[in-house]
Design a protein around this ligand. Structure first.
Ligand code: HEM
Length: 367
């Protein structure tokens, strides 16, 4: 990657190279520096997955509403004295969830749900630091180009937005009569996390030049992009299943209440019609099931269509991961969402997404 004119002074992370015809001189970021940048971005992506996992555990343990305020900076310090704990507990006892679901909860029990939510937020703070400090360092040393830095800053802005969406989501659960957060907001929070994760994987993958195996194949590029779009949609639908607790009903497979396709009277019972897609657990679960079958069928067909090409191996792995994720989803449903299954299904979704990003990116490069 040439990043500066030949006559500019070298930065600590650059080296001078001469073009093969010997006529031009470029500055290039040293390969070791690029590897360091790439590793850092992959670590950030891994931290996002950790955030998703702890966020999932926070939800599945019913802990998400235990901290009733948004204090991005001062909230880093948890209650340290007995009186500080009692004050926090008092705030929780004032919200509807305590009144309607957890009346009589002890302080010791409260400390457990508080720990999950605090851990999720603290991980967010750590992620912020792990993003900004190395970014400034690499930028100052010339290890990343201006374009890459701006791309990363845009991803960082999404991270800031994600914090705000997280708070809006929690706030929706504190409103009168609410005992959980609004499903649509949970869906948005999970989908935005997925966008951030996918962007990081895409950028990191692009930093290592692909070994080209000929001209890019059109059907590989289009198929990979369509699949990526469908995975995002499926993750959003999964967020709705989780948010509306639709995994606690119809715990049978392949039938739902004795039918492959439930009657329209059950699928569209809610008025207005559009709200069925968010609030009607029957339709919410049905949509997630159907798209899963569609995704697996598409992934298998896509891999098959690439047999004999260099992209085949990647597409085959992707189809395998998608099939595995479908099986995990079925197990999660049949067991009515135990913590381990819900979490594994959620984290595996990130593996499918990550692989889909790599596949789309590499297919575009003709690898
Ligand atoms: C093959 C592609 C699939 C993908 C990419 C996918 C992805 C997801 C995601 C991202 C969530 C949200 C997790 C959370 O926020 O906790 C979710 C939830 C869920 N999915 Fe899937 N899923 C797939 C297939 C299936 C299938 C086939 C079933 C069952 C027939 C299923 C059942 C569930 C259930 C029950 C939940 C709610 C879990 C909870 O409440 O924590 N999924 N899915």
């Amino acid at each position: 990657m040439a990043i500066a004119a030949a006559d500019a002074p070298l930065t600590p992370t650059e080296t001078r190279v001469v073009s093969t015809d010997g006529l031009q001189t470029f500055h290039m970021v040293r390969p070791q520096s690029l590897t360091a940048v790439r590793t850092w971005i992959f670590v950030l992506a891994a931290l996002v997955v950790a955030m998703v996992a702890v966020g999932g555990a926070t939800r599945l343990t019913g802990s998400g509403l235990s901290i009733t305020e948004w204090r991005p900076v001062t909230g880093a310090i948890p209650p340290l004295s007995e009186s500080a704990w009692l004050a926090e507990f008092e705030k929780y006892r004032a919200i509807p969830q305590y009144e309607l679901l957890n009346r009589g909860m002890s302080l010791a029990e409260f400390k457990v749900i508080y720990a999950w939510e605090w851990g999720h937020r603290q991980l967010g703070r750590l992620l912020g630091l792990a993003f900004f400090i190395p970014l400034v360092w690499f930028w100052a040393r010339g290890a990343i180009s201006r374009r890459l830095a701006l791309t990363l800053l845009a991803i960082g802005a999404l991270g800031g937005l994600q914090g705000a969406v997280g708070w809006l989501m929690v706030a929706s659960g504190l409103e009168p009569g609410m005992v959980a957060v609004a499903p649509v907001k949970l869906m948005l929070h999970l989908t935005l996390a997925s966008v951030i994760f996918a962007s990081l994987i895409g950028v990191a993958t692009g930093l290592k030049p692909a070994v080209r195996n000929g001209a890019p194949i059109r059907r590989a590029i289009i198929g990979a992009r369509v699949f990526l779009g469908l995975v995002f949609l499926q993750i959003a639908l999964g967020g709705l299943v989780a948010g509306s607790k639709a995994g606690l009903t119809y715990n049978t497979w392949p039938l739902m209440d004795g039918a492959l396709i439930p009657p329209a009277s059950a699928l569209f019972v809610v008025v207005p019609f559009i709200e069925n897609f968010v609030d009607n657990v029957t339709l919410v679960q049905f949509n997630h099931r159907m798209l899963a079958y569609g995704l697996v069928a598409f992934a298998v067909w896509h891999a098959w269509s690439l047999a004999g090409t260099a992209a085949f191996r990647r597409a085959r792995v992707l189809a395998g991961l998608t099939l595995g994720q479908m099986v995990l989803g079925i197990v999660t449903l049949l067991l009515a969402v135990p913590l381990w299954a819900g979490l594994t299904h959620q984290i595996f979704a990130m593996a499918v997404l990550g692989m889909a990003v790599v596949h789309a990116r590499r297919s575009g490069e003709g690898a």
